[in-house]
Every structure is written in C-alpha cells, then in structure tokens.
Write a protein that binds this ligand. Structure first.
Ligand SMILES: Nc1nc2c(ncn2[C@@H]2O[C@H](COP(=O)(O)OP(=O)(O)OP(=O)(O)O)[C@@H](O)[C@H]2O)c(=O)[nH]1
Ligand SMILES: [Mg+2]
Length: 326
C-alpha cells in the first residue's frame, strides 16, 4: 500500500467502508478514484478501485431488475459528500446551474433557455479548507415540479431559494415558497417540523438587476429569510455566500494529530457544533472510539496548548486534537 494517500482519500475510503448502500459505496469509490495520487506506485490500487467500481455499477443496475424490467435508479437522490449539502431551488432560468458552475466547476449546462437542467447534479465548493456540496436541480414552476425532486430537498442540510433579480422576483418567491410549504420543507421556527430544512435566499444576477429590486422583494416577503446577493457572471458576493453557508452548517473543523507528529492542517474533520473529543474519535474510527485513553488540545480557547482534555471536552472551530488510544 503506497504511503502517500491523502487525508481526503482516506476519508473517502472510510466513507466507502461505512456506506450502507451500493449507491453510497459507488459515490465514495468515485471520490477515491478522483483523489488517489496518479503515479506508478498506485497503479495496482487504481486498477483495483476501477474493478470494484464496475462491479458496483453492475450490481446497482442489476438490482430490482427482473427479466425485461427497466432498472430503477433514483436520480433524485444525491448521496452526501463533504461537510454539508446545500440544494438549490428555483424557477427556470433563475441561474441555479450558473451558481454550481462558478462555485464548484461541476460540468452543468448553463443556457439562455428554460428547463436546461433535467435532473439534480452535485458539485463541490470550497470555503477555506472545508468542502461544501452544492446540488443543482431542475426548475419548478407554478404548475409543475418533477415528482421525485422532493427527495433531493429532503436529503439536503440546507435549501437555497435562487431568485433571478432581473426577473419577476415576487412570482419566483411565491412559487418557491408554495412548493416548499406544500412539501413541509420550509423551516417555521414555531412549528417544530422535523422535515423542515434551514432555508435562505440567493438573490442572483445582481449585475443586471434593476435598482432596489432586492429591497422591494424583502419588503414584500413576509418570511424573515436571510438574503445573499450575488452575481455568477460578475463573480461578486461569492465569498460571502460560502462563508454564510459554512456558518449556517453549524460545524466545527478539527485537525487530528498523531502523537509526536505535526497536525495535518490541510484537511480537517468536520463535526456538528457541540461535538466532543469522543465524537471525534468515533468519527475517525468507530471501533477505536471506546479505546480512547487521553487527548491533548491545541488552539483551543481557555486551554493551554498541549494540555490534556477529557473525552467530554467540547470542540471549537480550528482546534487541533491529539488522540491517545489504549
Ligand atoms: N447577467 C447574468 N446572467 C446570468 C447570471 N447567472 C446566470 N445567468 C444567465 O441566465 C441564464 C440561465 O442560467 P442557468 O444557470 O442555466 O439557469 P437555471 O436556473 O439553471 O435554469 P434551468 O436549468 O432552466 O432551471 C443563462 O443565460 C446564464 O448565462 C448572472 O449572475 N448574471
Ligand atoms: Mg439549470
């Protein structure tokens, strides 16, 4: 086994091992293939991964298929990857695919006619050293939304309503909120609805928006959404958008360190805010978590660098943790 596999590769491998379904396994395997360093030392492993990939693909295509029956793959289910998943919702031509393209480099079609996108597609954006998954989606209208689309939104951590500021903003807002309401997807603080998702608004095409369109939209929308104004074309507001998404995900990043070795500061683990040292150990390795003996922390508020911390120690963003297993 070559020694120079990246953290990202190892995480994907971990995901592969923990996957519950073939589809998740395939997704993790694809990431491993993307992340594996491409050189002579990894040729065998690459070949092995590719072999496993074709087997999995065959298994997925074969499953549920009786003779002559058409295969069923849920194209609306986008397996999660990265620190969190944000799915876009909007009317035709709103600019959803353009957001994916500019933030993730995913190969999505951006075009000047409606209904360009016909199924959801993921892409990976980056905020500092955190990977955030964005999901492009086919459009909805007042009369129609693809029936399976609700699955895409149910699976996401956060929903982003994409409004074209150069279009009919009130109509777009009405159609999107009506859709989210009718599927009880929208977060109503008072209703304690477990199906609801955190929802905010991306107001796009700021470069060609008539003056004060956004102000009007805010004034006439009753729900207290957060609005983030961007332009994919002029590439404005994008850093702020990613920073807010990171904050909304409510996660902390933690750099794990082996005793006697420097921490890998390039690729943090991400955990829900409020997680502790034991959660980190569990996240890294399920079986090892209970064998955790001690831990030391660096870059932690109120703690001297290198001090021992208990397993109940709550992690803060950017902490470095050294785990000692018994
Ligand atoms: N000026 C300007 N044009 C934009 C911007 N974002 C998208 N567009 C244009 O708007 C049109 C539609 O963009 P898409 O990203 O394909 O829209 P969509 O929401 O994915 O459309 P559907 O796939 O039909 O749902 C394209 O011609 C884009 O070039 C922007 O920020 N500024
Ligand atoms: Mg599109």
């Amino acid at each position: 086994m070559p020694a120079n596999l990246t953290q990202q590769y190892k995480k994907a491998e971990q995901r592969y091992k923990l996957a519950g379904t073939d589809a998740e396994r395939l997704d993790a395997l694809e990431e491993m293939l993307r992340e594996i360093p491409k050189h002579k030392g990894t040729e065998h492993l690459q070949a092995d991964l590719k072999k496993r990939r074709s087997k999995l693909k065959a298994a997925i295509e074969g499953s549920g298929k009786k003779s002559g029956e058409v295969k069923h793959v849920d194209v609306f289910h986008i397996p999660k990857s990265g620190a969190g998943q944000v799915a876009l919702i909007g009317m035709p031509n709103a600019g959803k695919s353009a957001i994916l393209a500019v933030l993730t480099g995913a190969h999505v079609h951006v075009a000047d006619y409606p209904f360009t996108t016909d199924k959801p597609a993921p892409g990976m954006a980056r905020y500092e050293d955190v990977h955030i998954q964005l999901v492009d989606a086919p459009p909805i209208t007042a009369d129609y939304a693809p029936p399976g689309l609700v699955n895409t939104y149910r699976n996401a951590d956060i929903l982003a309503i994409v409004i074209d500021l150069a279009g009919e903003v009130l109509e777009q807002m009405k159609v999107c909120t009506a859709y989210l309401d009718s599927h009880t997807l929208i977060l109503d603080e008072t209703a304690n609805n477990p199906l609801a998702r955190k929802t905010f608004v991306i107001a796009t095409k700021a470069d060609i928006a008539p003056d004060s369109t956004l102000e009007t939209l805010k004034e006439l929308t009753e729900r207290p959404f957060e609005y983030i104004e961007i332009s994919s074309e002029a590439q404005t507001g994008l850093d702020g958008l990613l920073r807010r998404i990171f904050e909304m995900l409510d996660i902390v990043r933690v750099y794990a360190k082996k005793p006697g070795k420097p921490a890998d500061m390039t690729d943090p683990f991400t955990l829900k805010r409020g997680s502790n040292v034991h959660d980190l150990a569990y996240h890294i390795h399920r079986e090892l978590a209970d064998k955790l003996k001690t831990a030391r922390a660096w870059n932690s508020p109120n703690i001297h660098d290198g001090q021992n911390v208990p397993r109940e120690h709550v992690l803060s963003d950017k902490e470095i943790i050294e785990l000692h297993f018994g």
